[in-house]
Every structure is written in structure tokens, then in C-alpha cells.
Design a protein around this ligand. Sequence first.
Ligand SMILES: [Zn+2]
Length: 694
Amino acid sequence: MTTQTQTTLPQNRWNDAEAPSGDGLASLAYRSRLLGSDRTLVNIYGGNTSTKSTEKDHLGRDVTVLWVKGSGSDIASITEKGFAGLKLDEVTPLFARAAMSDEEMTAYLDRTAFEVGRPRQSIETLLHAFVPAKHVDHTHPDAIIAVACTPNGPDIMREIYGDRAAWVDYIRPGFTLSQQIGAAVRDNPGLECVVMGKHGLVTWGDSSKESYEKTLRIIGEAQAYLDAHQEAAPFGGAAVSSVPEAERGALLERVLPILRGAMKGARPVILNLDASPDVMEFVNSKAAATLSQVGAACPDHLVHTKRTPLYLDWTPDQGADALERAAKAGVERFRTEYEAYFNENKSDGDVMFTPSPRVVLIPGLGMVNSGPDAMGADVSRQLYLRAIRVMKSASSLGGFVSLSAAESYAIEYWPLELYKLSLKPAPKALEGHVALVTGAASGIGRAIAHRLSADGAHIVIADLNLDGGTAVAEDLTAQRGFRRATSVGMNVTEEEQVRGAYSHALLAYGGVDIVVNNAGIASSAPIEETSLEMWNRNQSILSTGYFLVAREAFILMKRQATGGNLVFIGSKNSVAAGKNAAAYSTAKAAELHLARCLAEEGGAAGIRVNSVLPDGILAGSSIWDGKWRAERAATYGIDPDKLEEFYRNRTTLKVNVLPEDIAEATFWLASPAAAKTTGGVITVDGGVPIAYVR
Ligand SMILES: [Zn+2]
């Protein structure tokens, strides 16, 4: 059955008023960003564009420079600095060669650089050099890939474009593919585009604007064809219905820790959920189980999605226990199959990537993507969403075909791709870790959140003060990047709110690895004046609250089965008797004892529990508010507003501990550097151990 669906032609975003004058590098950067701004046209981190322009060299001579996208930047945000510049006259003679290995090609092109200090040229540079047009665009548009990934692609291409298009069969990008594309364009003067089987599109023009508009027009023609041929039920219709919103959370809470635990390689991963209509149509469909296993929709996707997703063998009517079993069996099956794929295709010296899925499809629930961080998980999500759209269109054209296992392997373990990865900075100590910090809207907790985030952790700010917590989370995200922190309102004394905070963390990132028990209060009074209310309040926040937060941490961490890490922020008073602070000190002592009991209990599961005991905390700590401040100030006979200054200046006693000092000790205990320490206590006392030793 064929139905007319809504036409979705790409939108022309060229604006003459905004476009840079001239037709050189600045214009190329502008055109590239326009193309990248529509993610249905170019993969994130994929696609490449070029311009050939005349420049003056260091001797004042005219040189034709091929400006081509450099390796590693994203076309949507690229600036002039993101392009490599090559001396075209030194590159074009390569067209006459019979063959060239990737290594020879890269070494040769490196020596044709027009300027020092520019990024290495894209792997697909030679196709830009060999196409004899001033401006060239290589894109991966969904509409073209749908045609390129269907068995009768060449026929459909001719139906759409007549002899204005040429087809090249799939081979891995490199010299030979570039030569084939260059030859097709040189041999056919009337040609408007080259469709690359199972890969993408090459288009060109005499000006930047013409190249951009032609790219859009060519894609639009394919899109119009697809729209006219789209079947109403391209995935064979629905096999299951989406789980009702009210039941989703509970099911996800059961399955996400299992998946995240199983996906951990050398370090934990961050998960991302997508239940958008396009995703649900696919995961709920009759065809998804088999169609999802055909392969990637574009070689560029592979590095971020792996060749195939894990499709869970489960339906919503089977319930939560079956879901957990399906997840465990699924990751085990994926591991076995991935190891077989690796062993069948490997070359000497190849080292297997973590044999766990980057994409998990769950009927009724949606798609789960993993990545080394939230951005990486989102890249995987974006690319698989595009794969779904490609499969949808290709299915209506006669079926979806993809790279073979060997072709996929050659991309996934391509030395040039591995080189790109090697350019990335080494991961920080807590990359991929999720840390839940209580009382992190201010003071010590906020300093801890910042410290853990600085070393790569994704942070869940849990605080009674939701507005304050949200401000800290926004601050962290602004500093560290996409989805690096989130906040949730939580009263540590309320069992349901504590559970709610962990649910929030699970749905945001897929799990929790580090929990910092920090929420606190301070009070002081002689025992005769200590009210029952004050006594109970100290117990309820510092003792019961720490228990509730730690108990939920243990429950979750044991389900993830990847160990875990708890840090309790105690006090000098946890070990030293505090005059006029019996309620506080006793509760702080209970807290420390709880931490040591849990170290004993957690050891077998790889859960470490350590404590930091601060003394003399000053600036920024909210426990210095109100009555406590007034009392301290009265003790020393000074103005309460001068308290911080007074403590800071007590240098003769060296008691000048700052929240950042506590954060540093917490970071160390939470990091792999302390992997062999549990039940430990670090004092942060300003170098004056009186309180602990006496
Ligand atoms: Zn490509």
C-alpha cells in the first residue's frame, strides 16, 4: 500500500545578509554550519565540505588551496580554524596513481599542508580534490542513505535523477573511492551528484551558495520520492503497545541498573533514554527484532552505535521480573556475538572494544543509548534515530541492506578511525561515573559537586533547597557541558524522598556510582538546654538521614553489580567530644560508626565506605548561619559578621579549613586512586590534630 505522507523537504537557511563576503574559507565555514544545522543532512562529527581558493603563500606567490574539513570537528559548529588547507597542485597528481594505502595517502597529504598548525585533513579529503569543482559537499542525508541502502538503489536513483546522478558501490573511504568519484564526475559533464552505496552523497557548485542550494535540491528530490512511496506501516505494524506513562518509571528502574552494570568496560557509562514517537513506532513494531539486526545505516554511525543494537526479547505483558531476565540474557548474548564478530574479522594487533551494546531497544519502553559521557550517549541516540528513519524509508523502497560484518569491522577497527580516537585527551579519573551528593546546594556539598565534576563525574545534586540545587546544577552544566549535572529536591529524613532522588538519578544517567552523604545541620547548647526537639532533629538528619541515603545506595549498587563508593562527611565531633554540642556530636559519632559498619558489609560487593572528618569549616558553609554563628561569635567576643575573617586569620593555629579542602579529600576517596581503601577516615583539620589526638 502506498500513501502520500507529509513532505519534509530540507529548508534553505542561506541568508545573504549573514553570509560572509567572498567565496573562500569564511564562506565555506558558513555553508558548513548551515548544512550541519539540519541533522537530517549530515551526521554529528561526520560529513565534510571543501572550497578551492587562491591564497598568497609565505613568499607572496599565488597558490590554489584546498580547504577541507579537518578531522575531529563537528560541521554544525565548525569555524575557519577547523579546516585543513592543502596545496591543491601537489594533491591532484595523485589522481593518476593506480593505488595508494591509507598510510601512504595520509603521509603524502600531511606534506602538502599550506599552513602549519591546522588540523589533520578529513579521511575523505581526496574526493574533494578529485572532483573538479570549486565547492564540494559530502553529506550523509537520511533521504539519500535510504536509497543507498536498498537492494535496487541504483535503479531508484536513476528513477529520481535520470542521468544527472552516478552511483558508486560501497567500499571503505580512501584513495580508491575518491578516485572512482572523481572519475565519475570528470567523465560525465552533465552530472549533478554522486550517490555512494550504503554511505552518502557528493554534490558540488561554482559558488558556496550554489553548492549549498544544489545539495538541498538533490536531497529534496530524493525526499519527495520517498514521501510519495512511503508505506503506511513500513515496519509491518505494531506488535506491542507503548507502556502507559504511569508504569514506565518502575520498569525502567528495574532494567537500567542491570543494563548499565553490564555495559561497564574499563569505566562506567552514562545512559540516555528516548521514547519519542519515531523510536516507539520502531521498537514496538513487528519488524524491529529482525530489521534492527541487519546492520548500521551508514559507516559513520558504527563508531557510536556498534554494528547492531541489542533488541530485548521481551513484551510488556511479561512484567518486570521477565524484563530483568531478558536484559541479563540479552547483554550476555550480545557479548558472545560481538566476541565472535571480533574473532572472525580481527587482524594482528587489534584490541577488542568493550563487547557491550551502545544501543538497546526495548519493546514498549523505547531506546537506551550508552556513551562515555552524556554527550557520547546522545550522539549514539541521534545517530540511531537517523538509522530508524533510513530503515523506515528503505523498507518502503524494497528493503534495507547494510554493510556486511567484514565491511563493518573494517570501519569499526579502521586504523584511521582509531587515530581519531587517539587524539582525544585521556579520560579523567571519574569520567562515566555518576555521583549523588546530598546537601549540595551550598557550602561543602557544592564544593564537592564542583570537585567531582571537574574530574569527569556526572552530578546529581540532592538538596532540600531545590532552587539552590538547580542553580548549582546549571552552573556545572555551563562549565562542564551537556547534561553534566541535574538536581532533585530531597529531605534526607523522608524515606520516599530519598527513594525518589535515586529514581531521578537512574532516569537521568542510568545509575549511581558515588554517593556523598553530606547534608547536615549544626547546633550547640549545654545539655540542660538541649531540647528533645533539638536532640531528635540531629539524630534524624545526621544519623537516620545518612542511613536512608546509604541503604538506597547499597540496594542500587548491588543491582548494578559494579561495586560503588560512599563517602560520609562527618566532623571532628565524630570522634572528639564536643562541649555544649552533645546532640550534634552524638549524631556525628553515630554517622561515623554507620560508615564503618557499612564498609564491613559492602566489602564483598566492592562497595567502599569512607569518611572525611572536617574541623574549622568556614566560608560558604551554610551551617554557619543563624544561631550557630551568633554563638561562635559570642564565644570569641567578636561581631558575628567577622567570624569568617576571624577564623581565616587564626593562622597561628592553622585552623583555616575551606570547603574546597574537604572536597579534595572526598574526591580522593571517591576516585580509583583510593580503590584499596575502605572503612577509612581522613581528617581535614588544617594541620592541627589536637581534636583527634587528645
Ligand atoms: Zn562519508
